[in-house]
Design a protein around this ligand. Structure first.
Ligand code: PEP
Ligand code: MN
Length: 346
């Protein structure tokens, strides 16, 4: 249930409404919009409460929210959420590009990649240290040594860093080094992990599960938001379908759907969505055209030698070329994209 307050209603009126809700043993969530303040009610709603609230001064409308997710919904929070990672806003006017290798292999590899992607316009550095691999015999990441490299290279290049955390007992360790905690597709419904990253209050990038519906994805986001962590970024990375040509099938319609039903930023990972490097650029361009707030892209100095996800990784040249092609698309959507090396920026 949400309560829409009248324009100009003051602190006293809002206070009376929240008190009445709390007297019923329920929690409230206040969102101040340009014209109206909206008060969301969390928990099981009673008809008596609805009737009581409708009579209070300052209340314009009491509406029932039929969706099972509340804090993640546009109704509860009409204004876009802008997540901030060390000064980089995600979900605002700028298209944010996060780039780097699938897995951190060495300091040289990560440093070279960070310098190349930054010069091309990426503002967040990605790199996996704990890797979820389908086969246990594949390279599973450098662990804490990788996190140390990531934090050092990020600092040196003044880029916030994002990396995956795979289990609840790793959260404190990964949060020590990362600016954004990534929840991988395979862990989207690891609810204890979602609680734990929620408690850190750090930005969290939540990937959509391999076979999850948009509603299940938003309910997973709700777990993080319910811990009072509003810094959630959604990431569509392709879902399982009958098609085998691509690694996954990118659900491009998720972009405008999320924009309609949620206030959370949505970014696209064209690397895992396609599994093939030559499909990454066209899909990335389509995602920004469809309104994505950003991209998460795998880049490697020498994809042929990569220890993880080489076939879907861009080399530096292809990444630079993608970034310059993105400029007019971002401009057409009235979004900003800053490429340090480009002569003209929108
Ligand atoms: C990754 O970003 O390297 C990764 C493992 O992604 P996903 O969880 O989407 O498979
Ligand atoms: Mn990968």
């Amino acid at each position: 249930m949400i309560i829409v307050m009248k324009t100009g209603s003051g602190r006293n009126e809002i206070g009376r409404v929240t008190k009445r809700i709390e007297d019923f043993g329920l929690k409230t969530h206040i969102s101040e919009g340009v014209d109206h303040t909206v008060i969301g009610v969390l928990g099981k709603v009673f008809t008596e409460l609805r009737d009581a609230l409708e009579l209070l001064p300052g209340v314009e409308q009491v509406l029932l929210v039929s969706k099972p997710y509340k804090l993640a919904s546009r109704e509860f929070h009409p204004r876009d959420t802008i997540v901030e990672a060390k000064g980089v806003p995600i979900g605002g006017n700028e298209v944010v590009v996060m780039a780097g290798p699938c897995a951190i292999e060495s300091e040289e590899q990560l440093l070279a990649t960070a310098q190349a992607v930054k010069a091309a316009g990426a503002t967040v550095l990605r790199g996996g240290a704990f890797k979820p691999r389908t086969s246990p015999y594949d390279f599973r990441g450098l662990g804490e040594a990788g996190l140390k490299i990531l934090a050092a290279v990020g600092k040196e290049n003044k880029m916030p860093v994002i990396t995956e955390v795979m289990s609840p007992d790793q959260v404190d360790l990964v949060a020590k080094y990362a600016d954004i905690l990534q929840i991988g597709a395979r862990n989207m419904q690891n609810f204890i992990l979602l609680d734990e990253v929620g408690k850190t209050k750090k930005p969290v990038l939540l990937k959509r599960g391999l076979s999850s519906t948009i509603q299940e994805w938003l309910l997973a986001a709700e777990y993080i938001l319910a811990q009072d962590n509003e810094q959630v970024i959604l990431c569509e990375r392709g879902i399982r379908t009958f098609e085998t040509y691509t690694r996954n099938t990118l659900d491009i319609s998720a972009i405008p759907i999320i924009e309609k039903v949620s206030h959370l930023p949505i970014i696209i990972d064209p690397s895992h969505a396609t599994g093939k490097w030559y499909l990454v650029s066209p899909i990335a361009l389509a995602a920004v055209a469809a309104g994505a707030d950003g991209l998460l892209i795998e880049v490697h100095p020498n994809p042929d030698l990569a220890l993880a996800d080489g076939p879907q990784s861009l080399n530096f040249d292809s990444f630079r070329s993608l970034m310059s092609q993105l400029l007019p698309i971002a401009k057409a959507r009235n979004r900003k994209l800053i490429i340090p090396s480009a002569k003209t920026n929108p």
